[in-house]
Write a protein that binds this ligand. Sequence first.
Ligand SMILES: Cc1ncc(COP(=O)(O)O)c(C=O)c1O
Length: 451
Amino acid sequence: MDRSHAREIVANWMFPTVKSSYMGGAEDRPIIAKSEGSTFTDTDGKTYLDFQSGQMGAALGHQHPRIVHTITETMKTLLHSTNTMLNVPRLKLHETLGRILPKPLARSLFLVSGSDAIEASIDLARKATGGLDVLGFHSGLHGSTSYLTRSLSFAWSRRKHTVVAPATSSIMTPNCYRCPLKLQQPSCQFACMKISLELADANFTSQPAAFIGEPILSAGGVIVPPPGYYKVLRRELEKRGMLMIFDESQTGLGKTGNLFGFQLHAGAQPDIMTLSKHFGGGLPISAVVTTDEIAERAVGNGYFATRSHATDPLLCAAGEESVKIVVEEDMSGKAKRIETRIKAALEEMAKEIDLIGDVRGHGVLLGIELVTDRDKKTPADAATEKVAQDCQDAGLIFQLRGYQGTKNIIRLVPPMTTTDEEVDRAMAILRDALLAAQAGVKAGAPAQAAD
Ligand SMILES: Cc1ncc(COP(=O)(O)O)c(C=O)c1O
């Protein structure tokens, strides 16, 4: 399809997209024709390194041969089924997933999207505790269903939505690079948490039910809560009878260099965990996971969660294969090796490129925060946008993130199967783009004025 035909379709038939949203302006970007491994090719025949893993659903690599084989074989016998009867791929997925979960996590239920799983996990916590209020981080993002998950996605302005769900409020994200209290770790003793919980206690409208967070806040700016933070938070939640929910859409199943992202944080195993994105190897399936005890308590109070396509054999077969691939092909080890290679390259770049203010994250979930002044940490929004555009032109794709209106964080999420050669090529493209942006900032180009 040529670009003018695509523009015509966008102009006449596609639902319009808010320009400032992350989906805005898609008509000016490459139109994807096919993908494989860590690359995709556009309709003009140009190939790009995909360092955002699609919409993070291709962390096993696009078109993983085992996923393609499983889907193809399953389709021949079973595509859709019913929730009123069991089917074999569904049963096998419960068992395969259950066997890799750290105890006492054991029970799973399946849904379709990540947002579905978040809604279901909040409902589960409410039914299990009898509580209502839910806390999330003020830079967190947990989904796009128009009521509950957007209400808990404080990183997206809640003003965008017509109605916000009651009993949802935020606590301060422990962002040590930009501590709003201007304190230092560890002497701060998590002052941000203490103040936040004091406020939360005052704001609760009922018995609180849960806190929801990510082991690494991905969309919120690739923020890694400091060592010990989650362990202390867990104790505070227990005091209040609240459950800890970890949204592992972006951190689960190998991506942080651990099987699950919560394993980055000692003493912080969640009561409830959600999985989505590459859980389906590229197909949409999500899971809510919890303990026997919590599941039984919630079900005793009438809890259930499902969707018409929640246990489709095709999706469950892809889910089971993806879990097996993560374990059998040592995806965590691969993610760790990619992290080491990228961080070594960035460390070298940071010696000559002052624009690099901070490098953080784990495995294949990495963030580079660009600043025009390392001491003042002035967000280099315009320069970051230029870097992204130059990289795209040179064949490297990634997304930009930020917080409270900024967009100065490069988020790198390469598939875990990315080769050393591909990492090196991506780093060379990024280095050239950063050098060019830095030269522009130093010369006082408009990019700098806009910062
Ligand atoms: C951490 C996190 N949770 C939940 C979701 C929602 O997933 P979905 O878009 O599949 O509903 C996202 C989406 O990006 C996410 O990043």
